[in-house]
Design a protein around this ligand. Structure first.
Ligand code: SAM
Length: 248
């Protein structure tokens, strides 16, 4: 995963041309803004952005919400580019970026909130993941993330092949709710946002048509987006929003 396969410099640039400047996740800036609002944090609160990518959400949290953000991402390509952008935007006092595996985080009772956008699909060991994140949050702190999810099995052959080719580790929203509750979180909600996901994918098709791409790249991306829309409409490929609190 990451630097030598899905997140090469070229593929990051392609994704960014679809999702918008500094973003590599569905809905880009507008969707990020909606989810950051749901964190309901006061200015100065400390947030961890897990799998921060190019830093779009972290920069927005700092600029528009006055938050202090630690971003961590496994991909060297992502973090190098995010650090350059952070300097260009003069946000170093509010945003600290680190290359690393979030499973290795050692903080305890440290963050007011943990936010993550479409990252956990890459992490098979969800029990360890939610254990680490639970420990890193302060009591009363909120965990909020979106992720590629799946429908119940059996899946279509097409979806099974897609998931195994990508190496994704997907859960249904309900399975996420159980995992989060087992890790010790309360007030767990896991929403299925697949209808919104399909709307976003359809809008992203227009971005692909407008982006500065070679005919071959455009054709390949349009086909890939068409396939995603088909799998989402079939019910195999879903998108989830999970929100939970560490007991205070
Ligand atoms: C789809 S991108 C999303 C990037 C960013 N959250 C955004 O919304 O633009 C997924 C990101 O997760 C990162 N990632 C995957 N596994 C990770 C791990 N174990 N620890 C930290 N980051 C990870 C990848 O390197 C990639 O940047």
């Amino acid at each position: 995963m990451t630097d030598d396969s899905q997140y090469t410099l070229d593929s990051i640039a392609l994704y960014e041309s679809i999702y918008g400047k500094d973003f590599i996740s569905p809905g880009g800036a507008a969707t990020a803004r909606n989810f950051i609002r749901k964190l309901a944090l006061k200015e100065g609160a400390l947030v961890l952005d897990v799998g921060c990518g190019l830093g779009g959400s972290a920069f927005m949290m700092a600029r528009e919400f006055g938050l202090i953000v630690d971003g961590i991402d496994l991909s060297h390509n992502m973090v190098k580019s995010a650090m350059e952008r952070c300097t260009n935007y003069a946000l170093e006092a509010q945003v600290k970026l680190t290359q690393g595996d979030c499973l290795e985080l050692e903080h305890e009772n440290h963050y007011d909130a943990i936010y993550s956008r479409d990252v956990f699909l890459h992490i098979p060991d969800k029990e360890r993941l939610f254990g680490v994140l639970h420990r890193a949050l302060k009591p009363g702190g909120r965990l909020l993330f979106t992720d590629y999810c799946c429908g119940p099995t059996p899946w279509s052959d097409e979806f099974s092949n897609y998931v195994s080719a990508r190496g994704y580790a997907l859960k249904t929203p309900a399975q996420y709710a159980d995992l989060i509750a087992s890790a010790g979180f309360e007030h767990v909600s896991a929403e299925d946002l697949t209808a919104e996901f399909i709307t976003l994918l359809e809008a992203e098709q227009s971005s692909i048509n407008k982006a500065d791409l070679s005919p071959g790249q455009r054709q390949q991306l349009l086909q890939s987006w068409q396939n995603k829309i088909h799998r989402a409409k079939q019910g195999d490929h879903r998108w989830g929003l999970v929100n939970a609190i560490k007991p205070g």
